[in-house]
Design a protein around this ligand. Structure first.
Ligand code: SF4
Ligand code: SF4
Length: 166
């Protein structure tokens, strides 16, 4: 699969009329290349980067499923429903932390790939294009499978770090 480079298809006036319905329910997924930098080449580098990202308080790890129902872990913005100090959540639903009264606070280049590829067609037809033979959601989910082992380590370390000891 070739790399996907989203074209800016923002429609600010349409999204203002809508009021950000998509952002109020489930933020988009980041592509791993938006989180890791080119210099994060070793397992140690990647673990360190994931911890930095999660410690910023703006991101969470979520369970995602590709079009074949295979489970992966991916990163998306934190939401209004994210609980406590455990940054990882099995449920990424809720209002995106980046949504303001003036729309998304991130510029187009900074937004998650899933947000960048959403085609506004308000009121009822906003949609994602198909990439190859799969949905954008599935494409991004599968891209995260390369980091499965690293993310498992990060999840285990964070659970130990933040678990409430009863
Ligand atoms: S993409 Fe669609 S649902 Fe999302 S804010 Fe724009 S018009 Fe609303
Ligand atoms: S990052 Fe921006 S565009 Fe994406 S869900 Fe959040 S507010 Fe909406």
């Amino acid at each position: 699969m070739n790399k996907v480079i989203p074209i800016n298809n923002e429609n600010i006036s349409m999204c203002q009329k809508c009021g950000g319905e998509c952002c109020k329910h489930k933020p988009g997924l980041y592509h791993p290349d938006q989180i890791l930098s080119g210099s994060d080449t070793t397992t140690h580098d990647r673990i360190k980067r994931f911890h930095e990202v999660l410690d910023s308080g703006k991101f969470i790890i979520v369970d995602v499923y590709d079009d074949n129902e295979k489970r992966h872990w991916a990163i998306q913005p934190r939401t209004s429903l994210t609980q406590g100090k455990i940054a990882e959540s099995a449920d990424g639903w809720g209002v995106c932390v980046n949504l303001t009264n003036n729309g998304c606070s991130l510029n187009f280049q900074e937004r998650p790939m899933e947000c960048q590829t959403l085609v506004p067609d308000w009121p009822n037809s906003c949609h994602h294009p198909i990439i190859g033979d799969q949905s954008v959601y599935s494409y991004i989910s599968r891209e995260w499978s390369r980091y499965r082992v690293v993310m498992r380590i990060v999840l285990d370390q964070r659970w130990e770090k933040y678990a409430i000891k009863g």
